[in-house]
Ligand binder design. Sequence first.
Ligand code: SF4
Length: 337
Amino acid sequence: MALSEQEAQKASPLTDRFGRRHTYLRISVTDRCNLRCQYCMPAEGIQWIERKDLLSFEEIERVVRVLAGAGVSKVRITGGEPTVRRGIENLIGSIAKIDGIKELAMTTNGTTLRKMAQAYRDAGLTHINVSIDSFKPERFKEITRTDKIDTVLEGIECAVNAGFESVKINVVAMKGINDDELVDFVDFAKVRPINVRFIEFMPFDGNEWSKDRMFTYREMLAVVNQKHEIEPIERRPSQVAKDFKIVGGLGTVSFVTSMTEDFCSDCNRIRLTATGEFKPCLFMLPIVSVRDRMRNGCDDSQVLDAVQESLGQKWKGHPGAENLIKLKNASMIQIGG
Ligand code: SF4
């Protein structure tokens, strides 16, 4: 007899003590990047991970295979910038073949999409998010410390034409930086079959976060509503964003409100760092190194033990911003979002 949702949750090995079933694995494959975004990469840089300490593609594939067997159905590849890791399309190809993985996504800064968008799609990538925080060349340069805006914009068009199930634009909205461009981004999505998502600025090591630099959901909504008519789209379980249809448009607009209206109660995400540690929450330190266990010859059931130990220590939800900034964490480039 089929288990009820509650029993299934209880039965699933990837359920935490709050009954949240974890079906979404986010994998950071590198801490390297070819951009230097202010809110991600500390100005003084970071201590790069040595190659030998990075999970190999084979090790990543093994972890995904074990977790897919335990209920993971969505995987997101992140970094740093995942496309700077050579042969990333091969990793995409091997993960796409794993039974149980229904959605394979990647978050990228878009700098390789002009050449590689179709190759990623053909390898099996289904969903792609491109991070861009400004359409203004000088401001893009100021934020990313590079002048690659044309490459990224052309890359987005290539992604739109590559046949992905979804193309999303990630925009970190920051007061005094790009808060005057929200309407431009919605204009951009209005004429393309894409989703633009405005992300509340979050505190991570080295990004000089402060409350007055944060552009809140309610403030962003008010700005967008001045120019655009948007209609709410019903939220799916465990969804992080609040989605809206742009009336009379092709695209949609969303808000990721983790600082003002968090979505921890039905969180389904677990993270794997580039050095092979399970991180039960974006704002918690890593708990268990599955890399070391694998390199010491553990079997697949012990890989599962490692993720369960991490989930066993997952909190109910992240504390408020004022307490969050007091906690030790890593920089965004080391976490991968
Ligand atoms: S902050 Fe942590 S618990 Fe909350 S939704 Fe994000 S990952 Fe889940």
